[in-house]
Write a protein that binds this ligand. Structure first.
Ligand code: ATR
Length: 277
């Protein structure tokens, strides 16, 4: 019998996770199956419990259930605790363990696939929702020179800044409204807002990108307004979030199976598939 895993979300039909995990399993010779499960919006807990009761070993959790998964977990990793969101559930004897691999997915993509070092850099994080919160601790662990957080609704950015200053007051230096960034420059600008989903661009001031800067959009699939803005504004490197998707999956695979897959061919295959679709 193969070990069973699944991704749970709503919607879920377009999830790339089954393909990614099938590739990882094939590559590493792990005997597992990984499916996609649609959970009704008000039945996340029941869907998870049923999968677990049926012998499931773990689940990836995606929109909109990451916070519910956090509440459902009996044990949390430090990074899940800080993120207040869980994207990886492991079912162990009598215990649901929650982790969050999104942040490390982002930082590994930037370090290993884009070959860009964040240590000592000035980073701007756009957004103050779950996606932004999930990456702050892994970013701080790389010891950037400064981390700024800006958001359309400034008080949410200020709340996050206040909270994460408790982790690292020397690096979480400020932020708030986008307009307050005028005159500042950053080596890395990360879009963790959902603005790209609606084809929109947060109200960024011009001249944000320092010489050699990276612009990173967590969305993937097509060029976003933020990516286009970054190119116009002279960002040296512009990346979408496909690498983050593959790297967060690799970390979940490692948590479950104790084996680290090679992400490079999987990312290449996925990029080719998306380009052809
Ligand atoms: P997620 O869990 O994906 O982060 P979320 O918690 O709904 O989703 O947060 C969405 C983020 O995208 C927020 O930071 C939101 O800004 P507000 O807090 O002001 O709502 C941001 N966002 C969404 N659409 C946006 C837009 N058109 N322009 C700027 N920011 C936007």
């Amino acid at each position: 019998m193969s070990d069973r895993y699944a991704v749970v979300g709503n919607p879920i039909a377009h999830s790339r996770s089954p393909l990614i995990h099938a590739e990882f399993a094939r590559q590493t010779g792990q005997n597992l199956v990984y499916e996609a499960i649609l959970a009704p919006l008000d039945r996340f807990r029941q869907v998870v419990e049923a999968f677990r009761a049926g012998g499931g070993r773990g689940m990836s959790v995606t929109v909109p259930f990451k916070q519910e998964a956090w509440h459902l977990s009996n044990e949390l990793s430090a990074r899940a605790l800080a993120a207040e969101a869980v994207n990886t559930l492991s079912f162990e004897a009598g215990v649901i363990v929650g982790d969050n691999t999104d942040g490390v997915g982002l930082t590994r993509d930037i370090a290993q696939n884009l070959h860009i070092e964040l240590t000592g850099k000035r980073i701007l994080l756009m957004g103050a929702g779950g996606a932004a919160r999930g990456v702050i601790l892994p970013l701080l662990e790389l010891r950037p020179a400064a981390l700024f957080i800006a958001n359309r609704t400034p008080h949410k950015a200020l709340e996050l800044i206040g909270q994460f200053r408790e982790y690292d007051a020397a690096r979480v230096l400020g932020g708030g409204a986008y307009a307050e960034l005028a005159g500042q420059q950053f080596d890395t600008v990360i879009n963790a807002t959902s603005a790209s989903l609606g084809g929109e661009l947060p109200a960024l001031p011009p001249h944000l990108f320092a010489h050699g800067a990276l612009a990173y959009d967590m969305m993937y699939g097509s060029e976003t307004p933020f990516m286009a803005f970054a190119r116009e504004q002279g960002a040296a490197r512009v990346a979408d979030g496909l690498g983050m998707l593959v790297e967060q999956a690799a970390e979940a695979f490692f948590i479950w199976r104790g084996v680290r897959p090679d992400t490079v061919p999987v990312l290449a295959r996925l990029r080719a598939l998306i380009a052809a679709s």
